[in-house]
Design a protein around this ligand. Structure first.
Ligand SMILES: [Fe+2]
Length: 382
């Protein structure tokens, strides 16, 4: 079996081979040098060495010829499968598959390489090609009577004319790795659930105290996310909008209840008290290791494009985009929703407010997206 893989003379290097410098006539010479072998014996000795390399590879490896007959079934493969080389070498007709599929003959990746008409890619939970190499990193198999998850990689073996003369496949038992990855995924999901329910609980806490704005934060979060999606923002930005929207008024916990629940117009002192809530929100949340700038978004949700907002009087792009979105969603929701002390001012009034001040108080691009959202039939406040 010749496994000296040359590119055809004058042609491009074979995929994954030529550029490495391994698969050339030089490789045979280098192996000859390695074993200190005179040039006349070099071919014989290097062939011997190549067999040794396959045999000693720590990865379970099999080699078949172009008719699908097993030429090599190395030590690691025998250990992995429990099938000795003596039982497999020389066998064809997919006998090698027995070692992985409960004693049943079945083709493997390697067989697809020597038989271009054979397509068993659907039999793998994951299958892809890297040039002329076939890979599965999720294949459910059976080893010695136990269910296993296997990784496999099969590559063609070329002769010196560039013709496929066989194929080699390496397999690994990745069951433990897969179980660890599954456990990690599960724990991440649980952590995410814990995080989401904590955010929700915090949001509810604010609203339980301040009945006038019950549901306001969650509706603002919904609208802000819809605006973000309309603007084509990335998933992590939308996620920031969801969290910041749900908590944006959390600082109102520090505002005296009689001010918050006062249905009549606030005097100046009372208004100043209410205005502390965006900074107070920042203070409450600043030590939580959020993935995004949630505390800052909340601090800036009353900043205005022309610098007339609070607490810092930031202008234009000094204000985080998420905070500019929240500002529009907050205003729109507050006007469009009913309050216990007044009916809804109406969608049209809310639309007029943000349209009239687009580019001055509110970010014009955000207003545009908000108008598309609220005029479309996809979005409704819960
Ligand atoms: Fe607010």
């Amino acid at each position: 079996m010749a496994i000296n893989n040359h590119s055809p003379a004058g042609s491009q290097p074979l995929p994954g081979h030529g550029e490495t410098g391994n698969v050339t006539g030089d490789g045979v010479l280098r192996l000859g040098e390695m074993i200190d072998c005179p040039p006349e014996d070099s071919l014989h000795e290097t062939a011997h060495l190549l067999v040794n390399i396959i045999e000693s590879s720590p990865d379970a490896t099999l080699v078949i010829d172009k008719k699908g007959k097993v030429l090599f079934w190395n030590r690691a493969m025998a250990e992995l499968t429990g099938y000795p080389a003596a039982e497999m070498v020389g066998q064809g007709h997919y006998e090698h598959g027995r070692a992985f599929y409960k004693g049943v003959r079945r083709p493997m990746l390697v067989d697809m390489i020597v038989d271009p008409d054979l397509d068993i890619s659907h039999m793998f939970a994951s299958f892809y090609r890297e040039g002329d190499v076939l890979v599965t990193d999720l294949n459910f198999a059976d080893l010695k009577g136990e269910d296993k998850v296997m990784w496999g990689r099969a590559a063609p073996l070329y002769n010196s004319q560039g013709k496929i003369v066989g194929a080699i496949e390496t397999v690994r038992d990745i069951t433990e790795r897969q179980q660890a990855a599954d456990a990690l995924k599960k724990s991440h999901e649980q952590l995410q659930l814990l995080f989401d329910s904590t955010v929700h609980a915090l949001a509810i806490t604010t609203e339980k105290r301040d009945q006038y704005t019950a549901g306001h934060q969650l509706r603002v979060a919904d609208l802000a996310c819809a605006i973000g999606e309309e603007m084509g923002l990335a998933e992590d930005v939308i996620r920031n909008l969801r969290i910041a929207g749900s908590l944006h008024d959390i600082g109102k916990l520090f505002v005296p209840l009689d001010i918050l629940s006062q249905p009549s117009k606030l005097n100046n002192i009372e208004r100043l008290f209410v205005m502390t809530h965006s900074e107070a929100g920042y203070d409450i949340l600043k030590d939580i290791p959020f993935e995004g700038p949630i505390p800052l978004i909340i601090m800036q949700h009353h900043e205005r494009m022309d610098g007339s907002g609070y607490p810092l009087g930031l202008k234009g792009s000094e204000i985080l985009l998420e905070a500019r979105i929240l500002a529009v969603a907050d205003t729109f929701e507050a006007m469009a929703s009913h309050r216990p002390y007044r009916p809804s001012l109406g969608i049209e009034k809310a639309i007029a407010e943000i349209t009239d001040h687009a580019g001055t108080i509110y970010d014009a691009e955000v207003v545009n997206a908000c108008l598309k959202v609220v005029r479309g039939d996809q979005f409704h406040f819960e």
